[in-house]
Structures are given as C-alpha cells and as structure tokens.
Design a protein around this ligand. Sequence first.
Ligand SMILES: Nc1ncnc2c1ncn2[C@@H]1O[C@H](COP(=O)(O)OP(=O)(O)OP(=O)(O)O)[C@@H](O)[C@H]1O
Ligand SMILES: [Mg+2]
Length: 481
Amino acid sequence: MEQDQIKVLLIEDEEYDVRRIKNTINPYRERIQIEEIVSTGEDALRVLEKNGSFDVAILDYQISGGLYGERLIKRIKIIDPSIQVIVITKMTVNQTDLHFANQMIESGAYWFGTKYPSDIEDFIYQPTDFILTILNAAEKKRLELEKMKSQNRLDKKIDRIVQERPMLGNSPSILKVREHISKYAATHANVLITGESGSGKELIARSIHYQSARRYDNFVTVNCAAIPDELIESELFGFVKGAFTGASEDKLGLFEQAHHGTIFLDEISELPYQAQAKLLRVLETGELDKIGRKKSYNVDVRVISATNKDIKELMKQNRFREDLYYRLNILNIQAPPLKERAEDIRILIDYFVGHHCRDLSITLPSISDEAWSILQHFEWPGNVRQLKNVTQRLVILSNDTISKATVDLALDVQSQGSGAALTNPVFSSENILPLRDVEQSFRKQYFEFVRLHSHTDTEAAGKLGLAPPNFHRMCKELGLK
Ligand SMILES: Nc1ncnc2c1ncn2[C@@H]1O[C@H](COP(=O)(O)OP(=O)(O)OP(=O)(O)O)[C@@H](O)[C@H]1O
Ligand SMILES: [Mg+2]
C-alpha cells in the first residue's frame, strides 16, 4: 500500500544541525519530506499560516530571535492544532531534567530529545529512534484529524436531533424550564421531572442530555409502566448466560447501554417495590448486580426520571421508597401545564401547523380569528401532545382555512377520545344494547378515526378495504356526510 508522504517543517538555525537532521532521516527521504527550513520562530509562524499542510514540525529549542521554546510551540499549535512538534535540544539542557520535559509536553510538544554531541557529524540522534518518532508523530496527527472529523459529524448529528424537536415557548415558565435545563446539564446530578401528561417531560429529559457532557453517549429511555414486573430487573440490569432456565446468552441491561450517558426512567412511580431497592443500590454505589453474576459491575449513568403522579402520596402509602425518592430528586424540574402558559399556544400551533403541512405535503392554511380564539381558550388537558394531535387534525380537515367549524370538529373528535382508543362502553351490564346499535356506533367512530388519519376519502376507503362508492354510501348511512 502506498503511504502518504510526511511533510516536515524544520525550524533550525544552524547549518551544521540541518545537515545532521537531513542525514539522519536520509534512509526515509521518500517518505519523510522536509518541505521548508526556517531559522526563526517568526518565520515558522509565517510559513505555517501560508501553508497549512505540514504534518510534523522539528524544532530546535535554542534558536535565535525572541520567539522560541514553549511560547513558539503554543503559537504553532494555535495555528494548526493537529501538527505534531518534535523538539530537539543541545546537550546544555540536563537530560534528566523532568521538569523541562514536562514543560515541553505541556506546551503541546509530541516528543523531545537531546541532540548528539557535535563531534558526531553524521547524525542528530539515534537514526532509527528519530525516524520512528517522526512516523509515530505523523500517525498521531492522522488519528487526531480523524477524531476531529468524527467529533464534527457527531456534533452535526446532535444538532439535527435537537432541531427536529425544538422546545418552543416564550412564557416565563418555559424560560425558567430552559434556564434549569442548561444549569442542570452542566452537572451530573440526578433529575426528577414532574408534570402532567403530555407537558414535555421527555423533551426536557432529552434536552438535558443533549446539552450535557454526556451527549456523545447514549440516551436510553425506559418506560417503567410498559415492562412487566417480573422482567423489569433483567431489562434494567441484564443477566448472564445460564443465570436461569432460558437464559441462553448474556443480556445487556439498559443501565449498561446507558454507560457514560443518561438513562431516562419514565413513569418511575410504576417501578415495582423490589426493583426500587435494586435501583437504589445502583444509585448509591454505582455498582450493578447482574442476575447470575457474582461480581458487581460499575456503571456511570446519569438518571433522569419522570412522573405525572404525586410521588409524595405514594410514599405515604408505602408504595414508593423515600430513600430512592431523595436519590432521584437531587434536582427537580416541573413541566408547566399548557393552560398556565396560554401565550405559548399560538407559537406551538403555528409551529405544528407548519410541521404537519410539510409532513403531509398540504399547503399552509390560514387560521380565522374565531378559530384562534377557541384554540387559545381551550384548556388542553392533554397539554402539548394533545395540541400537536389536534393541529394534525386541523391541517387534515382544513380547506385553505382553519375555521371555527374545523376547530369544533377537531376538538370534538379529540374529546371523544377516538385518537388512540375508541371508548365504546359496550360491556356494561346495566345497559346491554342490541348488536345492531353497538355495530352502528362502533362503525361510526372507526370511520371517523380512519378518515382523520387519511388525506383523502379514497385513501380512507382503501385502508378500510372498501370500494370508494361503498365507503361513500356507508358514510351517508352513518350520518358522516
Ligand atoms: N415546549 C414544547 N415545545 C415543543 N414541543 C413540545 C413542548 N413540550 C412538549 N412538546 C411535544 O409534545 C409531545 C409530548 O411531549 P413529551 O412526550 O415530552 O411529554 P410527557 O410529559 O413526557 O408526556 P407523558 O406524561 O404522557 O409521557 C412531544 O411530541 C413533544 O415533542
Ligand atoms: Mg413521557
């Protein structure tokens, strides 16, 4: 494989030593190219500013002029942080002077060595060592550039993640949340986020992670309510092969996946009592007991948890451990309900209307004053999530304009709960209905639901597996047209 040439800037003011250096690297002259030779610090900086493609600078410590040594190394590294500086000094510097060596390295040098005495005419240093040092320095430069590039890529990726879901709002309570986020992001302390459903708890948790020093590592989300009690420990902490029947291979726990990053324990109030004790141990010691593993395992994880329940009440009922609560709630953020920050409603609706229109390729509708008034006075029990869903309906239902009627329809459907689950009180022993009525009611709700999730009636008909004319007729029968 052909290797890249290593470009060297030589900073040396004695002809005799320039010759000795050239001679020392002579066997590698194909690979190691001395591109420029300068005799003062000022000239070195000038050359570097003009031509930024050097890999290595070989620098004589004692050169003429006022700019030399540590100061020069620092200036070189400012111009080009990835260039590697090799320092050579005269014998006058005590070879065992560790303080001197440290000073060199601290100011940014890669390596330093003492020149051979001047009666050795051929070499400046033991040639193989000197050549190897230059090769290694060039490799270090390559790796550093590589690292800078991937860091750059990661930063861009994180920017994209953050921009995809911005935290909107200008109300005093949102400003305070943002202020807390940036303060807390600067620490590693655990955070408990409280707030109503849909008010932005997860968004807050993400924002803390992506602003913190942990942002290059994982943000792992766990919904404590979604994992069956008997699986929660193995999900969180993992197990080793053979720990129990059926454990056919090692399982990495979520805490291990979040190592050096952040774990987000959503709906923490639902964590079973037994698992609470295990979690407490992890938080207290940073040690994790994997099922079936004798030795415990160290993890460095920041825990952000969230709840929409009143944990203090659960503690009174002995359903949540007080000691765990204090460990989780070192820092606290309250996600403000939307109804307490009405001034944000307009900003959010504007944003989500734009977002959904782009998403669904629909032209941006205008919103009538009457429509605005209803939206602004609505209580939004489901907070921003509800607002986001309603906006999607508004966009789908609108024809150029979002009118009062559109809003009424969107909010009405919302309050019937047909967004996610159909709420048909079918199985009620007090009120057993004829099959025909139950079917009729179910059909109506389901048709409405599918229409809301389709751009056109033809699409809705397709989703329902009906020919468009039949769909149309049935809609009429159901009073939907
Ligand atoms: N201030 C905000 N600006 C923009 N979008 C927001 C804001 N707050 C919340 N959202 C959006 O609203 C939706 C719900 O937010 P999120 O999931 O963070 O709420 P939550 O409090 O975790 O809800 P739940 O209690 O139901 O889990 C998400 O799509 C989120 O991106
Ligand atoms: Mg949530």
